[in-house]
Design a protein around this ligand. Structure first.
Ligand SMILES: [Zn+2]
Length: 258
């Protein structure tokens, strides 16, 4: 019996590898952005990858905004001092530029589901310090009408992929969006804030479900932070204390967009 199981195990692995090899023959891996041929799946070609700008230290410990020069570990950005965020820390993998925007666009419309795995790999690295206390990953929810029309919530896909990489749990139902709000695109900072105010609701049993763990909110792009701040407030009202944020891309003033 044991022999059979072992054999099935090896056979399964072999079949899996064979399957992957056959698939590579039929559908050779292509760049997630420009469709050029690449050596392995779920990645970008070297030319596209070079256009992504990773956000690396030194950065603001609260907002995760990159600093031009190191100001010391505790030094906050002017933005974090002027308008302290309700969440603890925010981290992002890359600066929002043309290439990041292209990837996010493809992610949003479910064009390339494997893109979530690629983005999540970069997010797992950028958020390293956020995973320490085993938080629960909570994607920014879409209103159910929009989810229905799109059939896809990119933040939930990112959270799921991130959970697989980090070994953390994703709970896409911890926060809901009972109120439908107009899209944030084209709105000013103050309009964005008012647009999403009170749009989110934490599950009444959020605290029980978390059992002492903190939360990391997962989003695709962070612009002014109005959305993740509104989600943070919904979680705070439910009694959640440790709330951080991870996004794939981050709009950085004066950087990124050509
Ligand atoms: Zn490419």
């Amino acid at each position: 019996m044991r022999g059979v199981v072992a054999y099935a195990g090896i056979g399964g692995k072999l079949l899996g590898r064979l399957g992957a090899a056959v698939l590579d023959q039929v559908y050779p891996p292509v760049c997630l952005s420009c469709d050029a041929a690449v050596a392995r799946p779920d990645t970008l070609c070297a030319r596209c990858f070079a256009q992504l700008r990773a956000i690396t230290p030194p950065l603001c410990p609260r907002l995760g905004l990159p600093f031009e020069v190191a100001l010391g570990e505790e030094a906050l950005s002017a933005e974090a001092i002027a308008d302290p965020p309700p969440f603890g820390r925010a981290r992002s993998a890359v600066v929002y530029n043309d290439m990041a925007g292209r990837l996010v666009g493809r992610l949003k419309y479910g064009d390339r589901p494997e893109l979530a795995r690629f983005c999540a790999r970069l997010m797992a690295g950028a958020g390293r310090e956020l995973w320490e206390n085993r938080p629960v990953l909570v994607p920014v929810p879409l209103h159910r009408w929009r989810q229905f029309e799109r059939r896809y919530n990119q933040s939930a896909e990112l959270a799921r992929a991130l959970a697989r990489i980090t070994g953390l749990t994703a709970d896409p139902l911890l926060v809901s969006r009972p109120r439908s709000t107009p899209r944030q695109v084209g709105l000013s900072g103050e309009q964005r804030r008012r647009n999403v105010q009170g749009a989110f609701l934490a599950h009444p049993e959020a605290l029980a479900r978390l059992a002492g763990r903190g939360v990391v909110i997962v989003d695709d792009v962070m612009t002014t932070g109005a959305t993740v701040k509104a989600v943070t407030r919904a979680l705070s009202r439910a009694g959640v204390r440790q709330i951080d944020v991870i996004s794939f891309a981050r709009v950085v003033a004066g950087q990124g967009l050509s």
